[in-house]
Design a protein around this ligand. Structure first.
Ligand code: NAP
Length: 273
């Protein structure tokens, strides 16, 4: 299926490796242009090279810390300037840290800085670009409710976790990801009339080089193997590519009637439905 993404311009926050890195390559294969943000310059540069190799007309590497408001603002500006506008924003920065009911303010601030604030700020910063491109593609609601309407909306996708939809993970990670899912839903209702489609995504446990599950697997292989056999019906981890392909689809006009939803990609891992 042609995802009709050719020529679209996507900014991905947290894309040097893992889910964001795989999503960037999936978008590149569809001939979308991409701007990749991560803190490690060498990683984003290598990933941008892979994106060009996969078919991206343009692939920009931007080294920035998305939890720093000034660096994030510069990254969004440089992406929009370099690509000549933005049609898609994918926010993937996040991660968990241990801590429960007695965790101090600094711990909570870190959890929210990583998992929630980049999505709030990046949406606000990218919105003028996303709205402009939606308008140029004629993606505003039609004059009458029985008109066919446009499938060419701009897209914002926030990557949360199944552990924002149901219990699991550390307390602050769970609370921050739940807030992110709620944010996406409310943004979706507010921004649809402006031609912007917002969604969230809830991956289950994904193993990839440099990721958190690789670290856990190394430190306690037996416990992690037991966890996977007990919790994931396919008895294996998900791959970054499986999540990346889903992200490319959700960002495409083929998913034009999906907004506000939290899409689960977890091989049946979660218990809620
Ligand atoms: N992996 C899983 O099993 C899983 C499951 C459910 C949900 N998720 C969520 O999916 C998202 C991506 O997960 P992942 O496993 O791919 O993550 P990851 O391996 O921790 O990082 C992915 C990318 O984000 C970049 N990054 C991290 N912090 C950043 C920051 N402050 N500013 C800019 N870039 C930053 C990393 O590069 P640098 O370190 O060089 O900056 C890396 O390129 C996260 O929000 C995570 O919570 C993951």
């Amino acid at each position: 299926m042609d995802l009709e993404l050719a020529g679209r311009r996507a900014l991905l926050l947290g894309a040097g490796r893992g889910l964001g890195g795989a999503a960037a390559v999936a978008l590149a294969r569809e001939r979308a242009s991409v701007a990749l943000v991560a803190r490690t310059r060498a990683a984003v540069e290598e990933r941008a090279r892979l994106c060009r190799e996969a078919g991206a007309p343009q692939a920009l590497a931007i080294a920035a810390d998305a939890t720093d408001p000034a660096q994030l603002e510069r990254a969004v500006h440089d992406a929009a300037a370099g690509l000549g506008g933005l049609d898609v924003l994918v926010t993937l920065v996040g991660g968990s840290q241990p801590g429960g009911a007695e965790m101090d303010d600094a711990g909570w601030a870190l959890a929210l800085d990583r998992n929630l604030w980049p999505a709030i700020r990046a949406t606000r910063l990218a919105l003028p670009q996303l709205e402009t491109s939606a308008r140029e593609r004629g993606a505003l609601p039609p004059a009458s409710v029985d008109a066919p309407g446009s499938r060419q909306q701009s897209v914002v996708l926030h990557v949360a976790s199944i552990w924002g939809r149901e219990g699991g993970g550390s307390m602050s990670y769970n609370a921050a990801k739940a807030a992110l899912i709620s944010l996406a839903h409310e943004q979706a209702r507010e921004l649809a009339p402006r031609g912007v489609r917002v969604l969230s995504l809830a991956p289950g446990s994904v193993l990839h080089p440099g990721g958190s599950w690789e670290r856990r697997l190394r430190s306690d292989p037996q416990a992690v193997a037991e966890f996977v056999r007990r919790e994931i019906p396919f008895a294996r981890f998900g791959t970054a590519e499986e999540v990346g392909d889903t992200i490319a689809f959700l960002c495409s006009p083929r998913a034009s009637w999906m907004a506000g939803a939290c899409v689960v990609v977890d091989g049946g891992q979660s218990r809620s439905f």
